[in-house]
Design a protein around this ligand. Structure first.
Ligand code: MLT
Length: 410
């Protein structure tokens, strides 16, 4: 008799984005007219073509694989040196990160979930609320929580509310936690954390022997120079933080798949006997055993993000998405709605008009405006009363979305 992982039975409904996709499918099947006009600003998926520099590098890599003198088979599981070196040179210059502390993978979503493989059972987990649902669900899957209550909150998790009052950056908890997930620029609120706030978190983690799992997937969208892009800009973070980054949102690799995780050699965890061990060899071992590396053409494409042409092309993509975010912000502000984010992140976080809850807003936007947004409550109880608009779209679509928002909410 094969038993199952009972923890999966604790998971609430569908994962947010498949659930949205299910509702959208039901709507489009019964409303062909609405379906034809539908604009998707729900999931943060890029829409613009891959940078030319990346495409060229991938073409060249495929050609190399087609020639017996340059053919390659399995690559290093942790990533090719050309990419790890380029990441350190371009993303971590002066921050004391070495190339062998960078682990290339096929996505940050996978890495933020898989990282739990190297941690023990019974860790106390802190997450922000609202939060990227992957952090919660993966902790449920490995048994780090009890059951969910009616509000969807899981027993055993420490929820750190992020509200307009605290500028969507959580207050340091009084209690001890072992792992804390922070994501800045934030998904879903688009908020950023200041240097001082991150310093406080690093000080907390060091004092309590906690580890910060820092998701920096949206760092490329930071416009304000005073906002830290990496947790390693904070002194001491190399002793207590793991950072996740991605090529999905800057290079437009959501379909191509390439990301990386930085595990400094100085970050340690404690074994059952109370002895400290560096996490770096554990993650390296996990990578070698369960992963065979991101594909060679993809890693060549990712490295091209850092070429002079690649930088210019990625810069243009980001500029375009941020201009979209500014248009969305302006439209919602003109309607008198509370508007957050969208200035250093591709997400605009908007308070629902009076009397409408998050899913009510989702339905209204879908049915009346034929625009898909993401209901704030899908990211956690503290997201209730908000909705998220993704700025990842063509300018034409964003202008149309702005028109439809004004028409339907004005
Ligand atoms: C989101 O919309 O929150 C993200 O695109 C999801 C993801 O990156 O996996």
């Amino acid at each position: 008799m094969a038993t199952i992982n009972d923890n999966y039975l604790k998971l609430k409904a569908g994962y947010l984005f498949p659930e949205i996709a299910r509702r959208v499918k039901a709507f489009t099947e019964s409303n062909p007219e609405g379906a034809a006009k539908l604009i998707r600003c729900g999931i943060g998926d890029v829409t613009e073509p891959l940078p030319e520099a990346c495409r060229q590098a991938m073409h060249d890599a495929v050609d190399e694989l087609g020639d017996s003198s340059t053919f390659r088979g399995y690559g290093p599981e942790q990533g090719y040196d050309f990419l790890r070196d380029a990441i350190v040179e371009n993303q971590y210059a002066g921050l004391g990160i070495s190339a062998d502390e960078v682990f290339v993978s096929d996505g940050s979503k996978c890495d933020t979930g898989n990282i739990l493989d190297i941690f023990g059972k019974g860790n106390k987990i802190a997450i922000t609320d609202p939060v990227y649902p992957v952090y919660v669900d993966t902790n449920v899957m490995v048994g780090n929580t009890g059951e969910a209550d009616e509000s969807g909150a899981y027993e055993g998790l420490v929820y750190l509310p992020c509200t307009a009052e605290n500028n969507f950056v959580p207050t340091i908890p009084e209690e001890d936690v072992d792992l804390v997930y922070l994501c800045y620029p934030n998904n879903p609120t688009g908020a950023t954390a200041t240097r001082q706030q991150l310093e406080e978190w690093v000080a907390y983690a060091k004092e309590r022997n906690a580890i910060i799992l820092y998701d920096a997937a949206y760092e490329a969208f930071v416009q304000d120079e005073s906002v830290p892009k990496s947790i390693y800009e904070i002194e001491g973070a190399k002793d207590c933080a793991i950072e996740f980054r991605s090529f999905s949102k800057n290079g437009g690799f959501t379909g191509v798949r390439c990301a990386y995780t930085v595990v400094p050699k100085s970050v340690t965890g404690t074994d059952g006997k109370g002895e400290k061990h560096p996490l770096h060899p554990l993650w390296s071992r996990r990578h070698s055993t369960k992963f065979n590396g991101a594909s060679y053409p993809v890693q060549r494409g990712a490295a091209a993000v850092f070429s002079p042409e690649g930088k210019a092309q990625v810069g243009a993509l980001i500029k375009g998405y941020m201009e979209n975010a500014a248009l969305l912000r302006e439209t919602c502000e003109k309607l008198g709605l509370p508007v957050y984010g969208g200035e250093n992140a591709p997400y605009v976080w908007v308070g629902c008009p009076d009397g409408i809850d998050s899913w009510g807003m989702f339905d209204r936007m879908l049915e009346k405006a034929n625009v898909v947004i993401t209901p704030g409550s899908g990211f956690g109880a503290a997201g209730e009363g908000y909705f998220r608009i993704s700025a990842f779209n063509s300018r034409e679509n964003v202008e149309e979305v702005c028109r439809r928002i004004t028409e339907n909410l004005g």
